[in-house]
Design a protein around this ligand. Structure first.
Ligand code: FAD
Length: 416
């Protein structure tokens, strides 16, 4: 008996529920990844993430080969490629881990229909999140979500399988090599190394320090090189709580798919964005004359990652000092971030733009960039590293003036 295991963004062999379930129930499995042009060239295409993905696939293939198996990589649409592969090898089931974005949900529905038509049973499992977030009633505020989430059962953890039996006559396909590169190498080997080396005990003291790095696990979590479930089991305290934000934003998108294009607070779609394109270019290139903003934007362009505090400051600046639509910032981040993730990026952009879930008074999320810099980069190390020349630039806007304009524009949209 034979089953397919369809890998998507769970590119690992440790704690992999679909692979485990398929190995338990079938004599042979065919691990497969479908390179779908709609993902590679779609709305959020990114050369950085494509390169990272290819690294992940190579690493996964090696891990499967070490266990006697292999990874099939095909280019095309999964709704066509998976039934075809199943037919070629007489596979009768396909295992995969469920996902939350509207794109993934629509695709999975099409794939399930195509598989059933071909006489292949689709079998969904959890796997991408700490817990089974689909089991919770909808929440839009983090703290109650976090409490309910802490009560959800955690699945049993499994190590990597010792043996993976694949058919011997597989055409495995080539894995492309990427052209761009962020400052991290994709793959479970690199991700596990990073996870095992990370010391979470000082996290709460340093996480808002721009001159310190946080865990740098986000891209590994996005591509599933590291299991969020396993990671949670290894850590505690402030870090474990922060990790639950990832499940929270996935949960929000699951229940509010329209958020990918609209403000969660519907009336906030009426905000008038009258910022100009030259300012947008200056922001993207890190030439605003606000050193901490410029440092963040250049870190992003050069490495494919930005410190969370800098993401907050730069995003807030775009929306509330330059009056540019948060969706344009969201899109720019997606182009560069190795961890670029529809649910996480959208949720965080909406949060800092004061248009999303988990609301707070506007003034609490209306940062003064100079004060942020003093507080979070007190010795100037971050700015010196990424944008040492920014102090010499003339600021493109005056924060005190733009702050007033933002207060007025948000009031107008709310009708208050
Ligand atoms: P750590 O601080 O070490 O945290 C560990 C893990 O917890 C992260 O890897 C991440 O999975 C999770 N986490 C931490 N903070 C958040 C958060 N605020 N929201 C959701 N999950 C969190 N994160 C992404 O993974 N993808 C994105 O596309 C993304 N876009 C963002 C856009 C903006 C405007 C902002 C303000 C934040 C964004 N974040 C995004 C969240 C956060 O900045 C990154 O997850 C974090 O900086 C990644 O670095 P790290 O792994 O060292 O984080």
């Amino acid at each position: 008996s034979t089953a397919l295991v369809w890998f998507r963004r769970d590119l690992r062999v440790h704690d992999h529920p679909p692979l485990r379930a398929a190995l338990d129930a079938f004599e042979r499995v065919i691990p497969v990844f479908v390179l779908d042009d709609r993902l590679l060239d779609g709305r959020f295409e990114s050369a950085n993430r494509a390169s990272f993905l290819f690294d992940c696939l190579k690493d996964l293939r090696t891990a499967l080969q070490e266990r006697g198996g292999n990874l099939v990589v095909v280019r095309g649409k999964p709704e066509a490629e998976l039934p075809k592969l199943a037919r070629e090898h007489g596979a009768t089931a396909t295992y995969f881990a469920s996902d939350v974005s509207p794109f993934a949900m629509a695709r999975d529905k099409r794939v399930e229909e195509a598989l059933k038509e071909a006489g292949v049973e689709p079998r969904r499992t959890p796997g991408n999140f700490i817990a089974d977030i689909g089991k919770l009633k909808p929440y839009v505020v983090f703290t109650p979500f976090w409490r309910a989430h802490s009560q959800l059962p955690r699945r049993e953890l499994h190590g990597a399988p010792r043996k993976v039996r694949t058919p011997s006559d597989l055409k495995v396909g080539e894995i492309p090599t990427g052209t761009a590169r962020g400052d991290q190498h994709g793959g479970e080997s690199a991700g596990r190394k990073q996870m095992l080396a990370f010391d979470h005990t000082t996290y709460d003291d340093v996480r808002n320090r721009l001159d310190r790095e946080t865990s740098r696990l986000s891209a590994y979590l996005h591509f599933g090189c590291v299991s969020a479930r396993e990671l949670e089991g290894r850590v505690g305290g402030a870090f474990a709580r922060q990790l639950v934000w990832r499940d929270f934003y996935a949960h929000v998108l699951l229940h509010h798919p329209r958020n990918t294009h609209h403000a969660h607070q519907e009336q906030m779609d009426a905000i008038e964005w009258d910022g100009d394109d030259e300012h947008f270019e200056a922001w993207k290139e890190g030439r605003t004359g606000y050193p901490v903003v410029d440092a963040g934007m250049r870190q992003l362009a050069q490495t494919g990652w930005m410190h969370n505090r800098a993401r907050l400051i730069t995003a807030c600046f775009l929306v509330k000092d330059l009056h540019i639509d948060w969706r344009r910032g969201e899109q720019h981040f997606m182009r560069y971030l190795l961890d670029g993730d529809v649910a996480q990026n959208n949720g965080n952009w909406q949060w800092i733009s004061s248009v999303g879930v988990d609301p707070a008074p506007l003034t609490r999320r209306l940062y003064n960039p100079a004060l942020q810099q003093q507080r979070h980069d007190p010795d100037g190390v971050y700015v010196q590293t990424w944008a040492p020349d920014s102090q010499t630039l003339t600021p493109i806007v005056e924060h005190a003036v733009e702050r007033q304009r933002t207060l007025a524009a948000y009031s107008a949209a709310r009708g208050t």
